[in-house]
Design a protein around this ligand. Structure first.
Ligand code: MRU
Length: 375
């Protein structure tokens, strides 16, 4: 019954472990030193796990949120109510889950799709339990679909980069933040492309940034690269321009939390400066993201809400969890994301192919999405 994505001790890269009625999330705050899974029993448990960065990365938080409610729903002792009552119960919890982190559109996209499922089920079925069952099945499909979508991103990204950079020997790619297995249901987006390039014997070297202040790069991406035996080097965020100037990077690939209709892309803070550096050094800069990261309701990145996180992430070591490292009394600005303008982006790698400007000034993302939906 249902899918089984439970943890095995050999797979330290599995952030979401799910079996119908049970959800465990790998506590990514403790990586790379400890592998600890936390039991999540409810939407409320999911909300806190997302807000507190137990689980992070745009696709992973959407799936973790959906499954936290699936687990709560499966374990409900008794629900006295009609199908419409069960739909209201689920819709309210989905809206609550969306409030955990604002920037990644995958979370609200998942919630919108799940709301449609429960509203349809409530008008089809005569018992509340069938609405809950429809919800659980739809949430489980999201977990399954994400891995397939990431593998397709890896495939399209590797083929496109191989043909774009065919004259390059010793291909080196720089990435930022963590977009791998840990940030998704498995395989990853930007790191999935790096994985695919490595699997195909095309990649010579990967570079990952530390990604301060939360160190998703040094703690998580470095961990994945070492685990996968991909030749890789960690750099300080501030070393990226010098690395590019030294000619040691041929392409930059990052993930996305929200891509506006014109291609402006919100991603981890520091992405914009990498794109500017890449432009200066004539290095192609790619975004790799599933179509669920595209928000066609926003015409540009100006309207993307950027999450600001606790000053503690800068004032203390270990992303706020360790000892004080900054001077007492200093004020802090800590946006978790920035927006890279579309004109700095060479292509957006999706599970349906790579969106390019095709010789024009701007991306036609809406047209691409419509064509992808009709295939
Ligand atoms: O704050 P985080 O760690 O959730 O930020 C993650 C990123 O910015 C990723 O690049 C993005 O979510 C894509 S993950 C496949």
């Amino acid at each position: 019954m249902g899918i089984d994505s439970t943890a095995t001790s050999s797979n330290a890269l599995q952030s979401i472990c799910y079996k119908r009625g049970s959800l465990q999330l790998l506590d990514q705050r403790k990586l790379p030193l400890e592998t600890v899974y936390l039991d999540i029993h409810s939407a409320s448990g999911g909300w806190f796990a997302i807000r507190d960065m137990v689980v992070r990365g745009a696709p992973a938080i959407a799936i973790a949120a959906a499954l936290s409610l699936a687990v709560e729903t499966f374990n409900l002792e008794a629900f006295q109510g009609s199908p419409a009552d069960s739909a209201s119960f689920l819709v309210e919890k989905l809206e609550y889950l969306v409030s955990s982190r604002p920037t990644a559109v995958n979370l609200s996209d998942a919630a919108t799709k799940l709301k449609e499922v429960v509203l349809k089920a409530s008008s089809t079925f005569s018992e509340a339990k069938d609405v809950f069952q429809a919800y659980i099945e739809a949430a489980e499909i999201m977990l399954e679909d994400d891995v397939a979508s990431n593998k397709a991103i890896g495939f399209y990204g590797a083929s496109s980069i191989q043909s774009q950079l065919k004259d390059v020997n010793n291909l080196s790619i720089l990435t930022h933040c963590n977009t791998g297995s840990l940030a998704t249901a498995g395989y990853g987006t930007a790191l999935g492309v790096i994985r695919a390039l490595h699997e195909q014997g095309i990649l010579e070297h990967a570079y990952c940034t530390e990604t301060r202040p939360f160190n998703q790069g040094s703690r998580l991406t470095a961990f994945e690269l070492v685990h996968e035996k991909i030749p890789a080097t960690l750099i300080a965020d501030s070393a990226a321009a010098a690395l590019m100037k030294a000619g040691r990077v041929h392409g930059v690939i990052v993930g996305a939390d929200r891509v506006a209709a014109n291609g402006d892309t919100a991603n981890k803070i520091g992405t914009y400066s990498l794109a500017l550096c890449a432009k200066h050094h004539n290095i192609p800069f790619y975004v790799a993201a599933p179509l669920t990261s595209i928000d066609l309701s926003l015409s540009s990145g100006d309207d993307i809400v950027i999450e600001e996180r606790s000053p503690k992430e800068l004032l203390n070591s270990r992303g706020g969890l360790g000892e004080q490292v900054a001077a007492s009394g200093i004020s802090v600005w800590n946006p978790a994301f920035d927006v890279t303008p579309a004109d700095l982006i060479a292509g957006i790698i999706t599970e349906k192919g790579v969106i390019t400007k095709a010789g024009k000034e701007a991306f036609d993302i809406k047209g691409f999405a419509q064509r992808a939906a009709s295939v």
